[in-house]
Design a protein. Structure first.
Length: 132
């Protein structure tokens, strides 16, 4: 995809965006510091709702990279930054639940309540409500 097409897809007058264009979008904290990027989305099959933005940060060239499922309701798109803003500082994100790429397969699996509970217990003080 050309840079012009990618930039065009994030214009504010667009109501919808393809998930493939969300992946790779930077994530900033309230202070404007880039803390990672959206690596993937976790979507509830039956409702079509995005439940988690899977944020990647840490590591180098994919080694040691951590994947943090952040409740989608916590991410706000900022057109001036061409990225999402999360109301957490770097230390709060570093302490958040994370998984490696293989562990992400269990997210939303047959017994997701324990994983969801861990995520929402952590982020609950910041305001999002469980989706279930």
């Amino acid at each position: 995809m050309s840079d012009a097409m990618r930039d065009d897809s994030r214009r504010t007058e667009h109501r919808l965006i393809l998930a493939s264009r969300v992946n790779g979008t930077p994530v900033f904290n309230d202070g404007g510091e880039k803390v990672g990027h959206v690596d993937d989305l976790s979507i509830e099959k039956t409702s079509g709702r995005v439940i988690y933005g899977i944020m990647s940060f840490g590591g180098f060239l994919g080694i040691g990279e951590k994947f943090h499922p952040i409740p989608w309701s916590m991410l706000t798109y900022d057109p001036e930054k061409a990225g999402f803003v999360v109301p957490l500082d770097r230390s709060a994100l570093e302490g958040a639940p994370y998984y490696d790429r293989a562990e992400l397969a269990s997210l939303g699996g047959a017994s997701p309540q324990s994983i969801d509970a861990r995520i929402f217990d952590y982020y609950g003080p910041y305001g999002p409500l469980p989706y279930w």
